[in-house]
Design a protein around this ligand. Structure first.
Ligand code: PPY
Length: 373
């Protein structure tokens, strides 16, 4: 539950922390709205519009503190700036967070999404959105009723690109193959032990792809129902959440929450590489160096998980078929990651630093659309 004073505002300390977050941020602006009927707070963080209008998903969930919702929006928006730039697409970085005050029934949820759609429309194309954690293609249909042509990832029936998860998973799978080839040579992923943290919409698809190529898949999740399904029906080995970091595996694939690679978890890792789909996997920039020092090869998250974003933009603005989108995703992720690993090696820098340099170069040049991506 969001800490609120009786007047519905936030407490003084929290207010100060939020002031600090906004002052310290290197992004352009944050649009803040309090949705009175539902009590939800909405943050639309616009990190950079240098390459184009800000485009990023809408995340909807509960936060134990409101400042965490603001910080999430800001960090995720910055990630989108790098994601679009690295992919060679003309999009700016933005992300929206709808921080729920209490659980909503279907009707309340739909009305909130409509009011949110109106808010997006009022900004006249500064920010375009799509599905993210806690929102679906069906939710995008509702938002798009109020904000036509500003929403990606609507249902196929409504004429949208649908659920991006299969494309995101394919991109992560490609990142795993590219990384395995670098580490283990020709045999690649075959026979390798991969630990997938989080079997949600993307994790589930990834597990399916890994099973199809002769990997030994371990998984972890916090949802009882998901654990039951994967353990009993799919026969996968389950790793309890508290044992994930010290479990020996070839590649660790975080596909759940952000911030899992930190000062405390990195020394415990027993894997050769980290390649996953979660956004903002590094808790702090220096964690990239910590991984490097431990000899763990890290596929920068905004490259490994860019498949969904690339596919939705291609399908909805360039007329790509789903097959073509899949091909483009594979090529973009593989080419970028190979270049990043090469640069990191040559320059003796972390892979995260190499990926940021690649993206920053495209931002500084105001890079034209990469027709290959
Ligand atoms: C992400 O990749 O994190 C996204 O937010 C994907 C996305 C893609 C297209 C529109 C909005 C969000």
């Amino acid at each position: 539950m969001i800490q609120q004073s009786p007047g519905g505002g936030t407490g003084n300390t929290e207010r100060k922390l939020m002031d600090e977050l906004i002052k310290a941020w290197d992004g352009e602006c944050v649009i803040v709205s309090h949705d009175r009927p539902s009590g939800a707070w909405i943050f639309i963080a616009i990190h950079s519009t240098k390459l184009g209008p800000a485009i990023g998903g809408t995340r909807m969930k509960h936060y134990s503190e409101l400042k965490d919702a603001l910080e999430d929006a800001q960090r995720l928006a910055a990630g989108m700036t790098y994601k679009w730039a690295a992919a060679g697409l003309r999009g700016g970085g933005g992300k929206a967070v709808i921080a729920l005050d209490h659980p909503l029934d279907q009707q309340e949820r739909a009305s909130l999404l409509r009011r949110y759609g109106t808010l997006v429309r009022k900004h006249r194309g500064l920010f375009l959105t799509g599905p993210d954690l806690g929102t679906s293609s069906e939710d995008m249909d509702i938002i798009a009723q109020e904000a036509p042509s500003l929403v990606f990832g609507r249902t196929l029936e409504a004429g949208g690109g649908g659920n991006p998860a299969p494309f995101t998973a394919r991109g992560i799978f490609t990142a795993l193959e590219t990384t395995a080839q670098r580490l283990f040579g020709k045999g690649g992923l075959s026979g390798k032990k991969i630990l997938v943290q989080g079997a949600g919409s993307v994790g589930r698809e990834l597990i399916h792809l890994l099973q199809g190529c002769g990997c030994e898949v371990l998984f972890s999740d916090i949802e009882e129902e998901t654990v039951r399904l994967h353990r009993n029906e799919k026969g996968l080995s389950f790793v309890p959440p508290e044992a994930v970091y010290e479990t020996a595996c070839d590649i660790f694939a975080p596909c759940a929450v952000g911030g899992v690679l930190n000062e405390e978890s990195i020394p415990r890792l027993r894997c050769r590489a980290v390649v996953g789909g979660a956004n903002n996997q590094l808790a702090a920039p220096e964690d990239a160096r910590r991984l490097q020092d431990r000899g763990v090869l890290y596929a920068p998250d905004f490259v490994a998980n860019s498949g969904g974003a690339i596919a939705l933009i291609g399908i909805e603005t360039r007329g790509w078929s789903r097959e073509e989108a899949m091909r483009r995703v594979v090529k973009a992720v593989r080419d970028n990651l190979e270049a990043i690993y090469r640069t990191a090696d040559h320059e003796g820098i972390s892979t995260d630093e190499a990926a940021r340099r690649l993206a920053q170069r495209r931002i500084d040049e105001g890079a034209p659309e990469n027709e290959d991506s």
